[in-house]
Structures are given as structure tokens and as C-alpha cells.
Design a protein around this ligand. Sequence first.
Ligand SMILES: [Zn+2]
Length: 206
Amino acid sequence: MEYAIMPAIIENRHGLRQGRIMSIENGWWHRARWVESPNQDSRPQNEISLLLLHSISLPPHEYGGPYIERLFTNRLTADEHPFFATIAGLRVSAHLLIRRSGECIQFVPFHRRAWHAGRSCWHDGDETRYALNDFSIGIELEGDEITPYKEAQYRVLAEATKSLCRQYPALSPERITSHARVAPRRKTDPGPAFDWAYYRQCLQSL
Ligand SMILES: [Zn+2]
């Protein structure tokens, strides 16, 4: 289902305070535009304790089209681009997508499980954990791993991280990692173009 366009920003024009814009209610972030994905289910243990960063561009290395949103809502048609034929049947999603412009779209409420990690594992202290979708939040950055990400993306990512850490106390800046790190043989995103030091700096400045 598609919700009203950019409710938080429209509300903001009517005088809502910044604190409310940054807030999360019923699992939805007010700062984002909401486009609900059917690719979600319940979290088996209601745990939210890991933030997983990804990148995506559709078609690869092209930005700004409607195709990521269509992929995450099962509306991507195979014949629009040769690459789409290889992925059109996938049932995937992420909680957030942060576009090159800084626009943020939310597809799955945070208390629900989005389908973004695939086969992966995370060393959580002494424990090796699998099924990371069960307890992680997935954020996709629109990008292609080798092209520098945009300033607006770092800013919004830092804002999202801060809102999430405030809302879900088991999350913390130490529990943020990349898809590449949890699935090293299959995945490389968000890739060498992602500047972790700058992201941490943005996070600290908020
Ligand atoms: Zn990924």
C-alpha cells in the first residue's frame, strides 16, 4: 500500500518541531516517505540489535529511476531492462532506502522483519549468529560501491541511525556493519566508496 506522499515533510511545513520529524512511531520513521512492501514478516524474538548497511542501483550504475522502489514492492517487470530479467522474481526488501538526493523511503516498519541479508553471519561477541534478518535493520544507499556516496546520503543516514539508536536501545554505533562483512563471499556492498570515518563523524556531530 502506498501512503500519502511525504507526510512528515508536509506536517513540518505546518510547524511540527524537528523532534517529531525525527521520531519513530509504530515502527515508521517520520522523516521518510512510506511505501509499504509485502516482503516482510514478523521478527521471531522481537529483537532489534544490528544495523546492516547495503547499496543498490537499478539498473546497475544508474541512479534516480523508479526501479528500486518497484523491486521492493514486487512491481519490477523483467522486460524493461536486460538486467531486470535476472532479478524480477526476487522477493526482497529493506527497511530504508536513502537515495542520492537524500530522499528516504521506508518499506517495512522496523519492528517487522525485512528481507535483505540473505545467507550471512555475524560474530556477536563469542556467538556466531545466522538469520540476520531476524534481528537487524537494513538500510540501502542508492549507489554502486565505487562511486562516492553523496553528502546528503551521509547526513540522512546519520539521522536515521541516531533515531534508531534512540528508539531501540539494543542498537548502538558499535553494532553497525556492512552486507560485505556479514556475507563476504557473496556481497561487497556498500563497498569501498562508503566512507565509514565520515559516517561516524556525521553521527557524532548530531
Ligand atoms: Zn546488500
